[in-house]
Design a protein around this ligand. Sequence first.
Ligand code: AMP
Length: 405
Amino acid sequence: MSENEQLEFKSLGLSENILESLKNLGYKKPTPIQSKSIPIALMGRDVLGCAQTGTGKTASFVLPIVDILNSQKSKARMPRSLILSPTRELADQISEYFKKIAKYHKLVVSLLIGGTQLGDQDKELNKGVDVLIATPGRLIDHINRGNILLNDLKILVIDEADRMLDMGFIPDIEFICSKLPKIRQTLFFSATLSKEIVKIGKKFVINPKLIEVSPPSSTSNTISQKLVKCNNKNKLSLLEEVLFSLDTQNTVIFCNRKKDIDILSKNLIRKKFQTITFHGDLVQSKRNEALNNFKNASNKILIASDVAGRGLDVNNISHVINYDVPNNPEDYIHRIGRTGRAGKKGVAITFFSKDDLKSIGEIENLINSKIDVLDLNTKKKSEIIDDYNFNTINESDHVPNFLKR
Ligand code: AMP
């Protein structure tokens, strides 16, 4: 990458070491959220940011934090920065990201999430941590055990605040913030900035810069969205029909209920599809294993609950299928945002029955556009393929990707 290609990153005020890490990652220029929030964060100001996952939001706080913290060392049990994340997977991804970016810096990054040993985490805290990435529940466990002191904290990030609200974490965050110094820098991010979220955000930030990069509640225009009409009796066979018709890389199928994930998986395995299941009832080691298998796979189907709706950053998810219409319209945006990432094309297909019409209307209101309905019952397979804009394949030599080993 030439010097010129990095000029835009340079102009944001980032250090040479960070520029080197960005070069290794192959980033050519900042995304809009990065251009807007990095200079503000480097100035030490608070941010109230509206950005969805997939916009480069993580780097917009990771890059300035690494540069800000680089000048001093941490003390035992007194982290200098804290990133609060609603889910373990998102926390894990942020931690991995810090490690990549801080490659040329001597920063200690530690992850405090449920499902892992408290004792091991305690040892890490004792050594001194610069960047602590935590889910609220596990952090409170450590605070209550006296394992951690937050009164030297310089920077707080509250990530995915709207998800925190949905998951009932706001009281936990208030408790955590009561342990932090009043004078600190706070970066508050949410995928949507509803009145309620702004009201909550204002409790944690002081004189923030409001940053919005895309209209709230928008879906990426790289994703082609379709609806498939079904009923209880034909839903599974229609799903199989759709899966056989697609030319996919990796696919995520979302179900609303955890028990349906296992049932669906068994049904699809019977039809020789390769599936991986992922939901909140799995122990953490199984969740990690499932994600790693999926990340390193091709032509596999991840059948998941909304735990995977946010933050799941896996390249090459070509299709997202909502086997159930999500209960919350905002979850629709997050689910389908797993595909069509980083400028690539993606397809999102949502199965619905007549009982879902109200929910579909709410989704269409939120995204401010109508989604085309395709009734598979009345279409021939070749038409389905055309309608979905998939690669048209000769029926005779069509071996579905999922069956290729
Ligand atoms: P995020 O919204 O933070 O989940 O980021 C979505 C994806 O975009 C991740 O895979 C990042 O590695 C990637 N990304 C972030 N910033 C850039 C950039 N400036 N150029 C290219 N890719 C980026």
